[in-house]
Each structure stands twice: as structure tokens, then as C-alpha cells.
Design a protein around this ligand. Structure first.
Ligand code: PLP
Length: 490
């Protein structure tokens, strides 16, 4: 038999299999060590990224100036780069860094776990860590949201959520309602309810979906009434990728009532807006309603590990997987509830409450929005809207695609179509270059800057961000674009 060894980079020669226990002659691949990785400079990082990760993505990293930065350390609200520059993190890993970078209590909990040589994989035995974490999550969750499934990404938690909803709804009601501009992940199942043309591309998606506008309760009622095969509805409580879009309290209350009336299972995706981000543990708690199923990820891992959870009402869970015969249909995957990840998440939840971070989020978020509103009043030709809640804030710029001054139009030919009328990319890249401030963008609306700083954010960080932001806005549109273009040719 002939086998292929892992080719040593450029050559790939078939190697004749040698008998077991005699691996003599197998060439060791050219591996980088951890020390090599640590010592890489930005040029070699970029070249390995292009060679092995995602060549096309380098285009966007260059536009934003991300490719020039090597992060050497990260602490609290900051990244520290190769030149010792502190970068204020208002991106926050799209909401994954509630506790900031490398919170000391998280590091300590992980170190103790390692020093004591605790076990990781608990597929055979019960895990004290996974069960304690499930207990904690249930304790943080209102109503009878008591049953917890662990995964390692938001997409995995949402896959679990739609599968549970489908089983609980029963075989005659397989249809799922989802919203325009939704984002629920990129794995194949939830792609069918993620409303991004770019992500969906030409893939063959799972069928049985019904698309409705977000925050339009009549559309939902009409859909439920028209189609008895609808068994579940999946909605982000605050749309993140859609541009930080909220719906009013009445919408959620009516939704709960409609779901009860028609027996439809409501899945609230709280992967981004949950975990205290809006000033309550779950964003739906602002509205006094409880969904049937929800999902957390991102900050659940304390900014240090990949941890996600699907949380369900006990009766819904029992209906789908409550007997020995059905229990293993969707039981945890290999890495669901890894020991150190669970310990990290347990400690993170304790820190969240011990440090009063949810209250801090409500107060600091209100201050951030107030200061942004003042900037909007000062620069109405540039800022169109400020919206959000807590530390999940969207800032929408006016659309310049038609009105961009003629003098700078020719310079914009080098840019993507999407970026041409959008100030967000220009402002974001200058904030990083000139002020050491990192912000994020939204998937579907390129005119929106997304602000999701860690929940440890204080007023002084907001002030620093606002000063930087005003420093860029004060230049005016023409200079902003010129400075941006100059940053691309240097
Ligand atoms: C609302 C929402 N759901 C699901 C996901 C998917 O999470 P992940 O990227 O961890 O798979 C995301 C990711 O951004 C999200 O924002």
C-alpha cells in the first residue's frame, strides 16, 4: 500500500508504507516552534497568512491597517503592539471580551486547573466542571430556561437550538421563520437562516424557511396564520450584523403571545447581545419576556477560551431529547464542556457579578451613547444615527456614495465598491493609525461602526474614544478620505 506523508512544504512524494513500529526514515516536517511563532515579524505573519490562511482577506486587512500590527500582549481594555503602543479596544472581539483581555482571575483559575493536572475530556465520566457551569448558566437565566448544551462556537450553539426547536415542534411543523439581515452563523445548517447574500452564495441551503422583516410583528402574525407548518422562529434580540438594530418592547411581548397562541417555539439568539452586553444578562430581559430556547457564546469563554451554550426550557428539551431513546440524538460533541473551558466560564460568570459589570455596562453604555449623540448634533452631515443599548452601540454615517465630493472621487477607484460611499472604513482605519483606537464594522451595513468594548469599560475610556473620534471627524470628509488614501500608499 502506498501512503502520502505530510509533504514537506513544496514537494509531495509518495512514500512506501513501512511495517508498523518501524517509522524509520519518516522525515520530520519543517515545523515552527512556539518560540518561532512568538518571534515572527509582521511581514512573515502576512506572508504565512497569504500562503496558508486567506489570501483574499489580506486586502481588507491592508485597507484597515490591521496588517501592520503584531500584538505582543493584551491586558484589560488594551492590546499592546510590537512597538509598545497601547491600542484601546472598542472592537472587543465582536462582544467576546466582556471581562477585557487576560483578566487576572481567569488566568489564575486556568493556572490552578493546569497545575492540579485536572482532566479535560469528559465524554465517559460526569464532569464536575460542566455540570457546575450548567448550574450557573441556569441560575443566570430567567424562567425555566434550565437545560444547557455546550459547544465551542456560536454557530454550534445555534445549530443545537434549531435542531432542538425542530424536534420539539414535531415532524409536521419543520418550517423556521427568520429575519431580514439576520446573522446566526456560517455553518451549513444555520446558514439557511443567516440572511447574508455573501455568506449564502451558491450553497444549497436547508429548506423550510420563511423570511420576514425584522421588528415587524404583523409580518410574523401573517406568517404564523398562513402556514401551520411553521414550528419555530429564530431572532437575534438585537441584530448585530444588521447594524445594531433593536425592536421595541411591545414587539417582543406580542411575539411571546403569538408563539404561545400558535404553539411556535421562539429561539432568541443572544450570542452577541447576551452576557450582560446590553445592561441585562440577556437582552430579552429588558422586555419582560422569556424565549423557549436561547444561545450564548463569545464572552461566555471569559475572553480566554471557546465556549458556547444552548439553553432551553426544560419542557421543550424533554420533549425532544428527554428519554433514553432520544437522549443521544444531539448529545455533546467531543469538545463540548472541556474541563479548562468550563472552569474559565465558571470563573468568568463569577467575575461578571462580583465586579458589577452588568450595572457598569448600563451606566457606561448610557454615557457613551450620550457623548455620541452630542457628536451627532455637532456633525449632522457626517453622523446619521447613534443607536444601541449598554455597550452594544452602532454609529451610522451618512451615505456618501452619491455625494462624495468630485475632487476625491478619482482617488477612490482603488477601493471596493462597498467602501466607496462609506466613511466607516476610512474613520476606522484613521482611528487606529492616528489614535490607537480599534473599532469594528457590521456585516450588512458598511456605513455602521460597531462599538462593543469590554464590559469593564470606564468613563475615561469613553472619553478617550470620543476625543479620538472627534479628532478624526473634525478633519471633514475631504481630509478624512485624503488621509485614508495616503495611509494606503505609504
Ligand atoms: C448573533 C450571532 N449568532 C451567531 C454567531 C456565530 O457565532 P460564531 O462565530 O462563534 O460561530 C454570531 C457571530 O458573530 C452572532 O453574532
Amino acid at each position: 500500500m502506498t501512503v502520502m506523508t505530510k509533504p514537506s512544504k513544496k514537494q509531495s512524494l509518495p512514500v512506501t508504507d513501512t511495517p508498523a513500529l518501524a517509522p524509520v526514515g519518516l522525515a520530520r516536517p519543517k515545523l515552527m516552534s512556539v518560540a518561532d511563532a512568538k518571534a515572527m515579524d509582521v511581514a512573515s505573519m502576512a506572508s504565512e497568512f497569504v500562503d496558508h490562511v486567506n489570501p483574499g482577506q489580506m486586502h481588507f486587512m491592508k485597507l484597515l491597517g490591521f496588517h501592520k500590527i503584531k500584538v505582543e500582549r493584551a491586558e484589560g481594555m488594551h492590546y499592546i503592539d510590537q512597538n509598545g503602543r497601547r491600542i484601546l479596544d472598542f472592537f472587543g472581539g465582536f462582544g467576546s471580551l466582556a471581562l477585557g483581555h487576560n483578566h487576572p482571575r481567569i488566568l489564575e483559575a486556568r493556572k490552578t486547573f493546569q497545575d492540579e493536572k485536572r482532566h479535560e475530556i469528559a465524554i465517559a465520566f460526569l464532569s464536575q466542571y460542566a455540570t457546575a457551569l450548567a448550574h450557573n448558566i441556569a441560575a443566570c437565566s430567567p424562567g425555566d430556561l434550565d437545560m444547557v448544551f455546550f459547544g465551542s462556537s456560536g454557530s454550534e450553539a445555534m445549530e443545537a437550538a434549531v435542531k432542538l426547536a425542530e424536534r420539539a415542534a414535531g415532524p409536521d411543523r419543520p418550517k423556521v421563520v427568520y429575519a431580514v439581515n439576520s446573522f446566526h452563523g456560517k455553518t451549513k445548517g444555520v446558514l439557511a437562516i443567516t440572511d447574508g447574500a455573501l455568506y449564502r452564495g451558491e450553497f444549497q441551503l436547508a429548506g423550510n424557511t420563511v423570511r420576514v422583516p425584522f421588528a415587524d410583528i404583523d409580518a410574523i402574525e401573517n406568517a404564523f396564520r398562513a402556514d401551520p407548518a411553521i414550528g419555530s422562529i429564530v431572532l437575534e434580540t438585537v441584530q448585530g450584523g444588521g447594524g445594531i438594530i433593536q425592536a421595541p418592547a411591545e414587539y417582543w411581548q406580542k411575539l411571546r403571545a403569538l408563539c404561545d397562541e400558535y404553539g411556535v417555539i421562539w429561539v432568541a439568539d443572544e450570542v452577541q447581545c447576551g452576557y450582560g452586553r446590553t445592561g441585562r444578562f440577556y437582552a430579552f430581559e429588558h422586555y419582560g419576556v422569556v424565549p423557549d430556547i436561547t444561545a450564548l457564546a463569545k464572552s461566555l469563554g471569559g475572553g480566554k477560551t471557546a465556549m458556547a451554550a444552548m439553553i432551553a426550557r426544560r419542557d421543550v428539551y424533554m420533549k425532544a431529547y428527554g428519554t433514553p431513546k432520544t437522549a443521544m440524538i444531539h448529545a455533546q460533541a467531543t469538545f463540548g464542556g472541556m474541563g479548562e473551558s468550563c472552569v474559565t466560564a465558571i470563573e468568568a460568570l463569577n467575575v461578571l457579578y462580583d465586579e458589577g459589570l452588568i450595572d457598569n455596562t448600563a451606566a457606561t453604555g448610557a454615557y457613551l451613547i450620550e457623548r455620541l449623540e452630542a457628536l451627532k448634533a455637532k456633525y449632522p452631515k457626517m453622523i446619521k444615527d447613534v443607536r444601541g443599548r449598554g455597550l452594544m452601540v452602532g454609529l451610522e454615517f451618512q451615505d456618501f456614495s452619491e455625494t462624495m465630493p468630485a475632487v476625491i472621487r478619482p482617488m477612490l477607484t482603488m477601493l471596493d465598491d462597498k467602501l466607496k460611499g462609506s466613511l466607516s472604513g476610512f474613520v476606522g482605519s484613521l482611528l487606529l493609525r492616528d489614535y490607537g483606537v480599534l473599532v469594528a464594522f457590521t456585516e450588512y451595513n458598511r456605513n455602521v461602526i460597531r462599538l462593543e468594548p469590554p464590559l469593564i469599560c470606564q468613563r475615561e475610556h469613553v472619553d478617550q474614544f470620543i476625543d479620538a473620534f472627534e479628532g478624526v471627524l473634525g478633519r471633514g470628509v475631504i481630509r478624512i478620505v485624503k488621509d485614508f488614501i495616503a495611509s494606503q500608499v505609504r
